[in-house]
Design a protein around this ligand. Sequence first.
Ligand code: PLP
Ligand code: COI
Length: 365
Amino acid sequence: MSESSLSFAVTVNPSPRTAQQRAAILEKPGFGVHFTDHMVAIRWDKDTGWHDAQVMPYGPISLDPAAAVLHYGQEIFEGIKAYRHADGSVWTFRPEANGARLQRSAARLVLPQLPVDLFVESLRQMIAVDAAWVPDQDEASLYFRPFMIGDEPFLGVRGAQKASYYVIASPAGPYFAKGVAPVAIWLSTDYARAAKGGTGAAKCGGNYAASLLPQQKAQEQGCSQVLFLDPVEGRYLEELGGMNVFLVYGKTNTLVTPALSGSILEGITRESILQLARDRGMNVEERQVSIDEWKDGVSSGQITEVFACGTAAVVTPIGQLKGEGFSVGDINAPAGEVTMSLRKELTDIQYGRLPDRHGWLVRLG
Ligand code: PLP
Ligand code: COI
């Protein structure tokens, strides 16, 4: 049997949440707080490859205290959602792109390549047992968190000889507490998220560990996310701690986002927004954007909107940029029109309210 057609052994959770408990959670899911009744696990080792695919009750993972992930941070992950359509069916968005990104992240951290069709199948297996956890209210979804760890019990520093892939799932409402309202962003000049030649383009846990201190500083300044500049000159925009960033030049109908630099995460939402903007006839530019361009452009009125995007936060308007000794934008101004209409178009496709003209949706259940 080829790895990509591994069959899953299913152990049904003997004590799942009751329908009533689940309904109470789905009513106000928050983000990343509650988890469904099951998870997927697939093992890998150098000799046998991928094997032992299982759907099992959600629960703690047992690890040898010498496992590589606990010492050298050998962990990668993905974020992807399941959306319930009006007819009750459950769909996901561009899963092959997430599967391919997981492979790129794996290559950078010397973890094994999970076949993309096995990645997609792992999501399908989750929905086969936990479909009832996909919310049906507006703007809510089931957020999958696929992840992979190096779990060989060995303190030598080397590529994975043994690894495990898991999928857990968490019902999700808005990522930010205030929903789709404009957020304030803190410019980090003391810290970079990634280094030249580092792991910025990989979705690995270490990048997020590195963002925690600047993120904490951002929160102390009343900001909900941190903006990082390039790690070489400290001059060009890269991205936020967990989202890509876009500037709208309203008068010239132009959408600008930092070009992939080798240290930016290649967001699937980013790429989708670029496509939707091109489809509408907007001018689209992927290029270096200096922090001065943002500050000056907002002050002069040329930049009319700024927004962030990612799976968790979808499209979130940025009302204000703050940093040591400066502030631009107005947090109380309403969300921009282009931002909100791109957000609406993207979510209308995801929730099946608009035709899926790019073939982005894959049915899971
Ligand atoms: N940048 C970072 C650092 C992220 O964590 C994410 C979220 O996954 C993104 C960008 C956006 O990526 P995507 O749109 O694929 O979710
Ligand atoms: C996502 O948007 O899926 C992310 O990974 C962002 C954050 C929750 C880490």
